[in-house]
Design a protein around this ligand. Sequence first.
Ligand SMILES: Nc1ncnc2c1ncn2[C@@H]1O[C@H](COP(=O)(O)OP(=O)(O)OP(=O)(O)O)[C@@H](O)[C@H]1O
Ligand SMILES: [Mg+2]
Length: 220
Amino acid sequence: MALRGVSRAYREGETQRDVLRGVDLEAAAGEFIAIGGPSGSGKSTLLHLAAGLDVPDAGTIVVGGSDIGSLTAARRTLFRRRQVGMVFQFFNLVPTLTVAENLRLPLALNGLPVDADRIDGLLDTFGLADHRRDYPATLSGGEQQRVAVLRAAIHEPALILADEPTGNLDRERGDGVIDLLRTLAGRGTCVLMVTHSRHAAGAADRRLRLDSGRLTPWDW
Ligand SMILES: Nc1ncnc2c1ncn2[C@@H]1O[C@H](COP(=O)(O)OP(=O)(O)OP(=O)(O)O)[C@@H](O)[C@H]1O
Ligand SMILES: [Mg+2]
């Protein structure tokens, strides 16, 4: 995927807040990139743009060969459904579906086979086996986060955008999520992960920092 000269500003009454000021990023298939930066620097904004959930004021976003800015809204929805897995900062699980049903959704929407044994295996691996028939609201924050990561990954999209996917997890559970993201990258998925954790960022192939509207290499 590639971001070229991507800018995004928000209006606040009379004033304009330039959140992204010409962001460039080239990420290869199979590359796992960590993005850090201060709160409010635009990390979630950047992921939403890469997902096609928001449209930049300037610049182009290319995923899997398509310039998503040139797609109609309907095509962008189809593109997102099949090619993107998004782990939102605040999870966004479907509240009226059980854990197992939330995981089935990306497969069903894409007409992919729903393998119940595979879903059960993933839930088991991530310590969620007892919650498969529960609704998200009854799960802890860390449990919801793990469901959100599995939901983003289950249809093996070309691009996974993960907004602090280990933020609510202890070290062991967080490492489980990182291992899953690494495995997907190993199969050719491009992974962009926003994190404030040095430990999590250390598992990525490359680290970048968003500050003052620009992405720069992030060295510790
Ligand atoms: N829909 C919106 N309308 C107006 N301003 C917005 C909107 N979304 C984000 N912003 C502003 O853009 C800036 C960047 O927000 P963003 O959520 O991308 O930051 P972030 O880097 O993800 O922060 P955090 O680490 O706290 O999650 C903030 O100042 C925020 O108030
Ligand atoms: Mg954010």
